[in-house]
Design a protein around this ligand. Sequence first.
Ligand code: ADP
Ligand code: MG
Length: 208
Amino acid sequence: MRDADFFRRWMVATAASVEREADRLTELDSPIGDADHGSNLLRGFTAVRTALDAEPPDTPGAVLQLAGRTLISTVGGASGPLYGTLLRRTGKELGDGSEVGDEELREALRAGVDAVARLGGAAPGDKTMLDAWTPAIDALATSYRAAADAAEEGAEATIPLVARKGRASYLGERSIGHQDPGATSSALLLEALADTADADGAGAGGAS
Ligand code: ADP
Ligand code: MG
């Protein structure tokens, strides 16, 4: 079972990863966007870390809902409301239990990703963050690491796609040949989740 601290550590690991990769995310957002994805997420996840430190929520659902609200209020770009919705919806699905199981988390994440698809009107293949999240949710049935790998592959598979949503869609065919920044950052979130789960597994046996 995963407690609030697991989710807090996931968000902190994501913030650290976004900090390391911010320049690359912004570079990816240059040819097919407005070169702000790294700075958007850096601002957002830094604020998430601050909010979680200030008043650590005591349930998994509350951690993700606070993170989602914080992203919505601090990130101006399209990715803020989209990631915010993902985490808020996932958090709501988790309810107010003090611990959640991995299958429960998988179903909650699926609901979160569905909410992103509804909000943004995108489908897999449109060269958005959904191209990382959709295969990752399926692979979660295997393991967190499999999900992270699937997200990474999904992000790389956006390179030959034509963007149909978001700023990159303004470029039409000229969006071909570039990896989607939001799919790339989504792979970072899933990698942080896998790392957090691995760290748990290395602790006292049976804790998870
Ligand atoms: P903005 O496009 O407003 O500058 P960001 O640069 O922070 O926002 O984020 C861009 C990313 O947001 C894209 O790479 C894409 O993955 C994601 N995105 C944009 N529009 C949508 C949408 N309608 N549905 C899903 N994801 C989207
Ligand atoms: Mg942008």
